[in-house]
Structures are given as C-alpha cells and as structure tokens.
Design a protein around this ligand. Structure first.
Ligand code: NDP
Length: 335
C-alpha cells in the first residue's frame, strides 16, 4: 500500500521535500470494516491548512500522517454488511492506494448520473460548497450581479453557473486568457483576468450597477478590487482565501481594517464565513437532487484536471495552489 505522508510542515509554498512516499502492507479490514482500493483522489486547497499547526476548524495533520483527502474507490473486501465487494464508494481515504472504511463514512456513488470522479467535484464536496454558500448566504435574487474569483475552478465555476440558473448576471475572475475564454464558454456574462493590469478599473466598467453577491474564494488583490464595487446590502459568503494560504507574514502596507469596517457599516454589508460541513444536514439532499438534475440537463458543465499516478500528487498539489490546475484537481490512482 503506497501512501504519501507529511514529512515536515511546509514553510510558505509547499515543496516536494515536505512529502514522502511510504510503502506498507495492505490493511486487513476488521469487524464492521471494508477495504477500498482508491481510483481517484481529490486534491483541494484546504489540505494546505491541515499541513500547518495553526489553530483552525479541524485538527492539523501530524508529521508522518497520511495526507487526508476525499477519494472514490472500489470495495475489494468487506466485513460491513452494507458494503459489498464491487461497490463504488466515496470516502475520505487519503493519499494512498488502499483505505479502510465503514458504511457510516462511505457513500455509494451512482455512476449512471455522471462518471465516478464527479463525486469529488460537481456532485461532491466542491459542488456542495458552491451550492450551499451561494444559496444559504449569498441569497442571489434574479437580476442581481454575482461575482466570483478562482472562477474556472470547481467551486467558482459551479457558483457562476448556479447563479446564472437563478437569473443573475455573473462576473467571473480567473488567471490567464485560457481560463477567461472558458468562463465565457460556460456562460459567465463577464470574464476578467486578474493577472492583467487594473482589475479594479475593469471591474468598475464591467459592473456599472455594482455587485450584490461576491463569493469570496481568493482574498488578496482581487478582494481589494471588488470591495469598492459592492452595493448596499451586498452579501459576501467567505469561502476561501487562497491568496493567503502560503503567506508567511502579514501583507505589507498600512492596516486597512478600519476602512473595511467603515464599508461594512456604511454599505450594510454581510460578510459571513462558512465551512461547507455546516450545511450538510440541511442541504445535501437538495444539492444532490438539484445539481444532479442540472448536470443531466446540461445546464451545468464541469471540468476536471486529472493527473495519473499517486506519486504525482505532491507536485500536482503544489501546482494547484499556484493556479496551474484548470478544473477540479484529481489524481487517478488506479483504474
Ligand atoms: P481551485 O481549483 O479553483 O484552485 C485554486 C485556484 O485559485 C487556482 O487555480 C487559481 O486560479 C486561484 N488562485 C490561487 N492563488 C490566487 C491568487 N493569489 N489570486 C487569485 N487567484 C488565485 O480551487 P477550489 O475551487 O477547490 O477552491 C476554491 C476556494 O474555495 C479555495 O479558497 C478553497 O480553499 C475554498 N473552499 C472552501 C470550502 C469551505 O467549506 N469553506 C470548501 C472547498 C473549497 P486562477 O488561475 O484563476 O487564479
């Protein structure tokens, strides 16, 4: 059983030496457990947070731990009456070939709706993040303007397409001309490249009526450009701040928190952070029904960026944090 473990805590951007490939015996399922052979491993920005020991919403990984991660795999041995050999399930198997699970932690994957890998993206955690954050916090109304960055990624692309279904005008921000072209292809009304100069000016021009919902995935300079465009009563679901994840010190320049709070006050803004788990009980069923239907009807399309080989997970993860991925980042571990 090959696994990728945390060799040391990254300082700033992770480097290959922060990871190590280990070999161990394939585990034997105990009473009530099943053994799953991983087919696909999901790589997600939240994993960077777990590699640090800073206090957060979940416990950090310890040095030597297998890196956590959502997986899709096939049950190859089972002592759990609810999991049969041959079942395809989604579980949190981590960065390894085989994992142990139970029917309480593993969800059946319906391959008739979409290929199994989709349950790591549009029909899984990232799709649900977009759906729950946008609808429960963003509360988009028809005719409003919804903006999102990291817009070609699994969360952002779903946010834009769901907002469009809800009758909104959508503004997507992404890095580079290819990603911007893709945003237009999947129906964003406006697509802007944050790597080109003067995002603030271009955003002003593209949003003459301001922004009512800004789904925050990024922080940093994109947030600086968006803040002045927010309308009175704008809602900001704060989902992620990827521009900061590899930061080792506070940004330079004056402290702008007073100006931010003044905007929050005078424009009656709602900034509300969330971790998608908060909404699972309340919204997951509706999410699977709605999103499954939208995908089946072709109202939502999704893009995957699949790399072959577990051994390539560290390099692929490092690239994702730099924006080298184009679509949901997935490692194909086995057929
Ligand atoms: P993506 O696949 O979109 O990958 C991250 C993207 O972020 C990169 O491709 C890059 O896109 C963009 N990016 C990276 N650095 C910067 C930067 N400095 N400025 C602007 N853009 C940058 O990721 P996901 O869709 O999986 O996740 C999106 C966000 O949602 C992340 O912040 C993640 O942490 C968060 N998240 C939060 C959850 C929650 O429960 N709160 C759950 C899941 C995800 P580009 O090339 O376009 O710049």
């Amino acid at each position: 059983n090959r696994s990728i473990r945390l060799a040391r805590r990254p300082h700033g951007a992770p480097v290959p030496e922060d990871f190590e490939l280990a070999e161990s015996a394939i585990p034997t399922p105990g009473e009530g457990q099943a053994l799953v052979r991983t087919r696909y491993l999901s790589l997600d920005p939240y994993m960077r947070g777990r590699m640090s020991d800073a206090k957060s919403y979940a416990a950090p990984l310890e040095i030597g731990d297998v890196i956590i991660g959502g997986t899709v795999g096939e049950v190859v041995a089972s002592n759990d009456p609810k999991l049969a050999v041959g079942d395809v399930v989604q579980n949190y198997g981590g960065w390894q070939d085989y994992s142990l699970t139970t029917s309480k932690e593993a969800y059946p994957v319906d391959e008739s709706v979409a290929p199994a890998s989709a349950s790591l993206g549009i029909l899984g955690m990232t799709g649900f993040t977009a759906y729950s954050g946008l609808l429960a916090i963003g509360k988009p109304q028809a005719g409003e303007t919804v903006a999102v960055a990291a817009a070609s990624g699994p969360v952002g692309s779903a946010v834009g397409q769901i907002a469009k279904i809800k009758g909104c005008r959508t503004v997507g921000i992404a890095g580079g001309p290819e990603k911007v072209a893709y945003l237009k292809e999947i129906g964003f009304d406006v697509a802007l490249d944050h790597k080109e100069p003067d995002l603030r000016g271009r955003l002003k021009e593209a949003c003459p009526e301001g922004i009512d919902v800004y789904f925050e995935n990024v922080g940093g300079q994109v947030w600086d450009a968006v803040l002045p465009r927010l309308n009175t009563y704008a809602r900001v679901p704060v989902c992620g701040l990827i521009a900061n994840y590899n930061r080792t010190e506070a940004p330079s320049g004056p402290d702008r928190s007073a100006a931010l709070m003044a905007s929050v006050l005078t424009k009656s803004l709602t900034l509300r952070g969330f971790i998608q788990l908060e909404f699972v009980r309340e919204m997951y069923r509706d999410f699977l029904r709605d999103t499954g239907q939208w995908v089946a009807e072709g109202k939502i399309s999704y893009r995957e960026d699949i790399t072959e080989g577990l051994e390539n997970a560290p390099e692929t993860f490092i690239g994702m944090l730099e924006g080298r991925n184009f679509g949901k980042t997935i490692i194909k571990v086995a057929d």
